[in-house]
Ligand binder design. Structure first.
Ligand SMILES: [Zn+2]
Ligand SMILES: [Zn+2]
Length: 393
């Protein structure tokens, strides 16, 4: 058996609207789920209270309820008894009960705007119109630029403020009350939740919360206050950045329609693969092919770095795959001071084509027992070949 709505709220059948509001406020606060976590009874009460208030606060529904009982207003608010224009409950109002916002006309519990630190009028002044959208662009960087950091000047196409109307969108500056929200800047949206039906206040999409719309549109921007333009933007890229890092330039994105705040410009960094160097953190790696003779005898070579060529000594008997370090020729650290190093990875150069003369020379070399690993009877070579035999036999 469903409880009487008047009973739920603890008011008489002749209670005034104010008495109903007052009773509802007290009970909603008492049974609010935030105050009664994991309490099924309180949750049930809270639903009942909301449902009762939803009906009794609406003149039409209250009349039908008085006449036909529960059948007159549908089984419950949660099952969709209320149509558009329902008094409902403002979630912001409930929120406000706990934050202690002050009273304000038009809302049964006082304005939620106070709780949020800004009313619609103030909100409007801080940021009129609709916020501009963020813009994302990719910026390709050479490793040389990443190594030291770089300042880039970018040309970007974006929505800019219309200079004809100064971003107002209005031909002569005249405005009129918005027809969608009747000048309030807010629209009510009904939403259903497990606690019943709620009316949520949202910023009016037509006027963006301003409450006023332009009378005659600017012919240059068709009343938008923005149009497509091209701007140059300077962006400072610090050293040591990595592929996928991004830099956010606040307020440099698309301009907001009709004076709205601009969005952000997000510059996503992309590292162009280098034709000579690969990167390992802040170190760079260069692969150098050296002849067998130079590896054995040692030599001096010139190797490129991100900062020009330098001389490098290859010591005698350098083994293939050896990493030779050139200190401080890497990438400057992103955080703090210091620089990475350059590593030169030494490979043996094996020619693809060999002249007859060189072949004869190599045959002579082959004759030398000292240049063949088989001839070496040092421990390391021996154990290696013994192991290899063990694996393959
Ligand atoms: Zn304009
Ligand atoms: Zn409006």
């Amino acid at each position: 058996m469903k409880k009487e709505y008047y009973e739920v709220l603890g008011v008489s059948r002749t209670a005034t609207k104010d008495e109903i509001k007052k009773a509802y406020r007290k009970l909603a606060l008492q049974f609010h789920p935030d105050k009664n976590p994991d309490n099924k009874d309180a949750e049930e009460h809270f639903k009942e209270v909301n449902e009762a208030y939803e009906v009794l606060s609406n003149d039409d529904k209250r009349r039908r309820y008085d006449q036909f009982g529960h059948a007159g207003v549908g089984s419950s608010a949660a099952s969709g008894g209320a149509g558009a224009g329902s008094a409902g409950v403002d979630l912001n109002d409930i929120f406000n009960m706990f934050t202690g916002g002050g009273r304000r006309g038009g809302s049964p519990f006082g304005g939620f705007e106070d709780a949020f630190g800004g009313g619609s009028a103030r909100r409007g002044r801080q940021s009129p119109g609709i916020h501009g959208t963020d813009l994302k662009i990719r910026l390709k960087l050479a490793l040389e630029e990443i190594a030291k950091g770089v300042e880039k000047t970018l040309k970007i196409k974006k929505q800019v403020t219309c200079t004809v109307c100064n971003g107002t969108g209005s031909k002569n500056g005249a405005t009129e009350a918005c027809a969608t929200c009747h000048g309030t800047g807010e629209v009510r949206q009904v939403s259903k939740t497990m606690f019943g039906q709620f009316v949520n206040i949202a910023v009016c999409p037509t006027c963006g919360g301003e409450g006023r719309v332009i009378k005659e549109r600017c012919t240059s921007c068709y009343g938008e206050g923005i149009k497509l333009g091209e701007v140059t933007v300077k962006v400072t890229v610090p050293s040591g950045v990595e592929d996928g890092n991004y830099i956010t330039l606040r307020g440099q994105g698309n301009a907001g329609p009709r004076g709205g705040a601009a969005g952000d410009l997000i510059v996503v960094l992309e590292e162009i693969p280098h034709e000579l160097f690969s990167r390992n953190g802040n170190d760079v790696i260069y692969t150098l092919a050296v002849s067998f003779a130079d590896l054995v005898l040692g030599t001096k070579v010139e190797v490129p770095t991100l900062d020009g060529a330098v001389k490098l000594t290859i010591p005698p008997s350098t083994q293939p795959e050896t990493m030779l370090r050139i200190p401080g020729q890497g990438i400057s650290h992103l955080k703090g001071s210091g620089k990475g190093d350059q590593y030169v990875k030494v490979n043996v150069y094996v020619p693809k084509e060999v002249s007859h003369h060189d072949k004869e020379l190599l045959k002579d070399i082959k004759k030398s027992a000292g240049l063949s690993p088989n001839a070496h009877n040092d421990k390391e070579a021996k154990t290696f070949f013994e192991k290899a035999r063990g694996i393959f036999s």
